[in-house]
Design a protein around this ligand. Structure first.
Ligand code: AHR
Length: 855
């Protein structure tokens, strides 16, 4: 479809094409502006005479820096463009004022750029006014630059991978090949080259095509009344081609779970006490919130006070605890929960606490659930507290339903006590699991019938800097021994919902576990420990990291006589979990640092566990450097499957239904691990439903797909849209959730192609009606999905000849409404089916008809 779009674009945007009067060659000026904090990337302007300059796309960035975190970084300063003897273009630039690194990337055509590298300049800081010269005598390129102390340095390279250490430049005369040029009345400095007009033409065309694509992708329902004004209901015939049936993946729809938006702690993980381990730290929020520390969510009143200590902890991984002192036996220590604690009348709550008596007096700890008005609605007491750390359980039963409760600890008589790991769980977790999941949230996910669950992220998997990588071993074993850490989304992870709990949940809902581990590098947008992935795990430590990944597979699948299998058995699951997939990396920036570590892990997994499907990564977008380079590595490394990500507009999904139609079937399979259409309206959901018909059509190459992110707690979102919103008492699935569920419960493993005839001839209208017909070979059921994204209803005729459908009353599920609706209910109704039957697709609707098979 996009190729078709490009042809239209040529006509529509009068893409630049050669004319008789065009020059053979012109001047090309390359530069970066200071707009948007210097983040707009590499720009070009051209000139016939070197005096009058015309911008190529005004601020259009042909190359963007990907160094460091969003916001303060990703800057391009003083870029220098030059061509090496082999004709390849290179660009080097400064990243910021502080680091002792610079950036390099190369390109054959100035449009498609290769991977970026960020070589070190140690011990020099600063990379100002760089200049490049070819030293014929030495056969190398000399890069001279000013350090931040204004001294001039030079480094040399042959291949732009290895560089000599900086040495002081002998002559202090600046060698700056750049010049200043005025473009649109602003002066810029940069580099000038003589290039063919054809090259400039290609740059201009690139800008036009991009603009055309953006305009098409910005299409939304608000313009439908104009775009489709006066449209009559089209008559559409879908004719199933039984002879062209093909097998497709039976696990197309699954879920992506990441601890983002308080999805885990305060969300799916049913713990009701916030900061139960007193391990919240200023660093969780990078020091931005002075009140976010070991005492967060805790307070003391009356004659009770507490201090945070770390001198003799329960466990070395859990250093902080509170020491309570009471002078009158009446004061209380309070935990406010996550936005309060919600309890239900008559339900039991499991309380656990680690205690250590700090003086000689006998003491009793009263534990209460108290409503906002001060009324106690559940109470228990803990006695015989010893003078070394020990876990004490209690059960509280609530006499009322209330959403705004708090937990109170009251120490009697006046005495001192150390407390840690203060925990309160509903007894009724999902499937009654201890340390389990909130049943309503776990259920709403299970109701999608996900074929797999990807966890623990997302960015959480590779972390903000090396120290923040999610290590599975930190998340298993006794809760007090797990290693809590900063959640890169700006809060705290207890690791209470850890790998054991993830595997168990997958098993409980019949979904394949798809754990994702970091590829030996943290997130490219890291702020901690230098810029992005240049801080890959040191190679000297990679063997251990690879072993950790192999140990994960043993933990999941090894029998209980193996070291890690035994640990799983001790946690309560002697039988293997039967893990079949592992993701290595998450939308990483593809660099040399990344590739070396990534392939090392992938190869080690395949060598030891050839039956495990390795899922690699191809960057955060559906195109661009990381996508191209990621796919190239996947080809060379024979990676089983790659994880694609794209968050796009509904217009993108509508206009890219052919995205996978021409994918090479001999290459790696695809897991579309993260996608969403940037909104929660019916229109968004229908554009996803439309796109999912295309994914089913390509179910021979697209094996799995998961909408992202999954969960979001109201008032605690870092990312929108999400599939399911919730607060402490209510779960609020979006319409997109209903689409995922309809696909989940109506999956097939055989695709039946359909020929479509449509009385409507307008291409924009035709592509807004889509269908997918699949068969579930276990039941023989035929499932027909039909999407109508037009403002008028469509009359469809379905021809099923060859499928031997017995006349019957089938079930139809229908989702419909106005495009901007944020809520819609699935209606279920009977439809009379024969080999040929007619149906009406309401405007803006998604219909799923399930026809019973003969099995
Ligand atoms: O889904 C939210 C985030 O989007 C994920 O953590 C990351 O992989 C992507 O950028």
């Amino acid at each position: 479809m996009f190729r078709r779009l490009l042809i239209v674009a040529m006509a529509f945007f009068s893409v630049v094409s050669s004319h008789a009067g065009d020059p053979d060659s012109v001047w090309l000026f390359s530069y970066a502006s200071t707009q948007n904090g210097g983040r707009n990337g590499l720009h070009f302007a051209w000139s016939r005479d070197g005096n009058e300059w015309t911008s190529v796309g005004n601020e259009y960035g042909f190359l963007h820096s990907d160094y460091g975190r969003w916001g303060s970084q990703k800057r391009m300063i003083d870029p220098v463009l030059f061509q090496t003897q082999d004709g390849l273009w290179h660009c080097i630039w400064a990243l910021n004022e502080e680091v002792n690194q610079f950036a390099h990337a190369s390109s054959a055509d100035l449009i498609n750029w290769g991977r970026q590298s960020y070589p070190y300049l140690l011990p020099v800081t600063g990379f100002l006014q760089p200049a490049v010269l070819y030293d014929q005598h030495a056969g190398s390129y000399q890069i001279s630059f000013n350090g931040s102390d204004n001294k001039q340095f030079v480094i040399a390279t042959n291949d732009f991978k290895q560089y000599t250490s900086p040495r002081l430049k002998e002559s202090s005369s600046a060698v700056h090949p750049g010049r200043s040029v005025v473009i649109n009345e602003r002066e810029h400095s940069g580099t000038v080259h003589r290039v063919s007009w054809k090259m400039v033409e290609q740059l201009l065309n690139e800008v036009q095509i991009r603009r055309y694509r953006s305009s098409v992708e910005a299409e939304d329902a608000r313009k439908d009344s104009v775009r489709f004004a006066g449209m009559k209901s089209p008559a559409v015939t879908f004719k199933v081609q039984t002879d062209a049936a093909k097998p497709i993946s039976s696990m197309l729809t699954g879920v992506f779970f990441e601890d983002i938006n308080y999805a885990a702690d305060g969300g799916l993980y049913a713990e009701l006490i916030q900061n139960r381990d007193f391990e919240y730290a200023l660093s969780d929020k990078e020091g931005r919130d002075k009140n976010w520390n070991s005492s967060t969510a805790w307070s003391a009143t009356g004659g009770l006070s507490f201090v945070i200590d770390s001198s003799a902890p329960v466990h070395v991984n859990n250093r902080h605890y509170a020491v309570l002192k009471t002078t009158d036996g009446r004061g209380v220590m309070t935990n406010s929960g996550f936005d309060g604690i919600a309890v239900k009348k008559g339900e039991a709550y499991r309380f656990n606490i680690f205690l250590k008596r700090m003086d000689k007096g006998a003491s009793v700890l009263l534990v209460k659930i108290v409503k906002a008005n001060g009324e106690t609605i559940a109470q228990a007491s803990i006695k015989n507290i010893g003078n070394s750390w020990k876990k004490y359980p209690a059960t509280l039963v609530s006499s009322e339903t209330a959403a705004d409760c708090r937990l109170e600890l009251q120490l009697q008589p006046a005495t001192a006590l150390a407390v840690d790991m203060v925990s309160l769980f509903p007894a009724q977790t999902f499937k009654g699991r201890v340390n389990g999941l909130r049943s309503d949230l776990a259920r709403v996910i299970a109701d999608i019938h996900p074929k797999f669950v990807r966890f623990p992220g997302g960015c959480v998997a590779h972390g903000d800097g090396l120290g923040n990588i999610y290590h599975w071993k930190n998340t298993v074993g006794p809760l007090e021994a797990r290693v809590p850490q900063r959640n890169l989304w700006g809060y705290h992870q207890t690791a209470g919902l850890g790998y054991f709990e993830y595997f168990q949940y997958c098993e409980d809902i019949g979904a394949e576990p798809v754990p994702v581990v970091a590829a030996g590098v943290p997130c490219q947008n890291s702020s901690v420990g230098g810029g992005g992935q240049q801080g890959g795990i040191p190679m000297a430590e990679m063997d251990q990291y690879v072993q950790d990944v192999l140990d994960l597979i043993e933990y999941a699948n090894g029998d209980s006589r193996t070291k890690w299998g035994r640990m799983r058995a001790e946690a309560g699951h002697p039988a293997p979990f039967g893990m079949k997939y592992i993701g290595i990396g998450n939308e990483d920036l593809i660099t040399d640092v990344f590739e070396e570590r990534y392939l090392m892990i992938c190869r080690a997994v395949k060598a030891k566990y050839p039956d495990i499907t390795v899922i690699g990564t191809v960057g955060p977008f559906f195109e661009g450097t990381d996508y191209r380079e990621g796919w190239a590595i996947a080809g060379r490394g024979k990676i089983d499957m790659v994880d694609e990500h794209y968050y796009q507009t509904p217009g993108w999904f509508i206009n890219n239904q052919d995205f996978y139609d021409s994918y090479d079937r001999s290459r790696s399979k695809v897991y579309l691990g993260e996608y969403a259409s940037r909104g929660t309206s019916l229109y968004n959901a229908l554009s996803e439903a439309l796109y999912l018909t295309a994914l089913e059509r390509n179910g021979d190459v697209v094996t799995m797909a998961s909408y992202a992110p999954l969960l979001a707690k109201e008032n605690h979102t870092q990312w929108n849209p999400d599939l399911v919103y919730f607060n402490n008492t209510t779960v609020k699935p979006t319409i997109g959730y209903e689409v995922q569920k309809l696909y989940g419960i109506n999956a097939g493993d055989v695709y039946l192609p359909v020929t479509i005839t449509n009385t409507e001839k307008d291409e924009a209208a035709r592509k807004r009606i889509a269908t997918s017909v699949v068969m579930d070979s276990k039941t023989g059921d035929i499932i027909i999905k039909m999407v109508n994204l037009l403002p008028v209803e469509a009359n469809v005729r379905l021809e099923l000849a060859g499928l031997n459908v017995s006349p019957q009353q089938a079930v139809k599920n229908l989702l419909k409404g106005k495009p901007g609706d944020k809520e819609a209910t699935v209606e279920t109704m009977p439809v009379n089916i024969e080999n040929v039957f007619s149906d009406l697709l309401p405007a803006y609707s998604f219909s799923v008809v399930r026809i019973r098979g003969k099995k």
